[in-house]
Design a protein around this ligand. Sequence first.
Ligand SMILES: Cc1ncc(COP(=O)(O)O)c(C=O)c1O
Length: 393
Amino acid sequence: MVKLSERIGCISPSPTLQLLKIKNTMKKQGKNILDFGAGEPDFATPDIIKEKGIDAIRNNHTKYTPVTGIPDLKDAIRKCYMDEQGFLPDEEQIIVTPGSKFGLFLILQAIIDPGDEVIVPKPYWVSYPEIVNYSDGKVVYADHLKEDALFELTADSYIEKFSDKTKAVIINSPSNPTGMIMKSEELKKIISACVDKNIFLLFDDCYRKIIYADENFESPLKLSPSSLENIAIISSLSKTFSMTGWRLGYTIAPEYICKAMAKLQGHSSSNPCSISQKAAVGALLEDQSYLEPMINEYRKRRDFIANRFNEIGNISFVNPDGAFYFFADFTYYINKLGFKDDGDFAMDILNKLNIIVVPGTAFGAPNYLRISYANSLDKIREGLDLLGEYLKG
Ligand SMILES: Cc1ncc(COP(=O)(O)O)c(C=O)c1O
């Protein structure tokens, strides 16, 4: 056996992907699993997108593509951001990646030197700290667990952590796991603070189309088009278009950053999948009338869970404004039922009820559980009935 590198030792396997493995094993054992752990839509990829993928195969669009993506996809992304946000990125300011996770990986590799600090929201999406660590950066947390401003994505939560080593901040809005959205005034404030200190702002807008709130939330590009020198948008087709398996994301960033990312992509993945790129053009440019019913369905599930949590009682949560997760505090039940921590609690729920939930510790928030509502209302009803009985003890 060869000795593994020091570098690989500083990251851990993704807890959410490990859950997927457990789920598949339990399914093989014939168990009826209620999966509220999933970070992916339960809807199928819309037919119109699938057809574009099939056309791509039939038309032999099955070879290497340009490293940073095919021109027609870049044009579709440009059109999309122009229509939505009044910002027209240059073609050179876009790099298409195999999933947005890889975009984040590339950009952090491209900008972080050993010891550079990256401010990450806490609770965090599981991959942020791991990728920063792998890039030799130092993770500093913007604390969104303060009781008086629970989950609020404020500019000050980042600014108070600025130091002369701060290289970048990561904002995820709508947030995984909390579903919170950064308000426009806060976003304006953090952009201006980053520009002042020449700090790079990475804005992960993967869930930007999955929003329930009526309020208008502006994007960084709309608020501050002249600040692109300090901003990168990390985005994905995975969640909006139910395309998690197609692995298609993109980054919009200054040209010199895209060039640096392209060097690494050229020597690692080479390019995102040619077929997925063609399907993505379809997703962005063809009729999207399937989106509204999907979001309405998520909203229905969200409201149902909020009501059930209130009926069960002693579960504290903030109603999510976007994405498809509840991040709820179960301290009362963890104590009442005598569990050591949220990990043991979640494992007992899995063993006794066949229900998958993700322990909050995976997101830096002990005693919480993340409950994904990317599952049908019937399954959610069944799961919460079981959970309600179980919590009576
Ligand atoms: C906040 C956030 N960013 C990025 C990603 C990565 O998505 P993908 O690599 O499928 O584009 C996820 C996936 O769960 C996520 O929740």
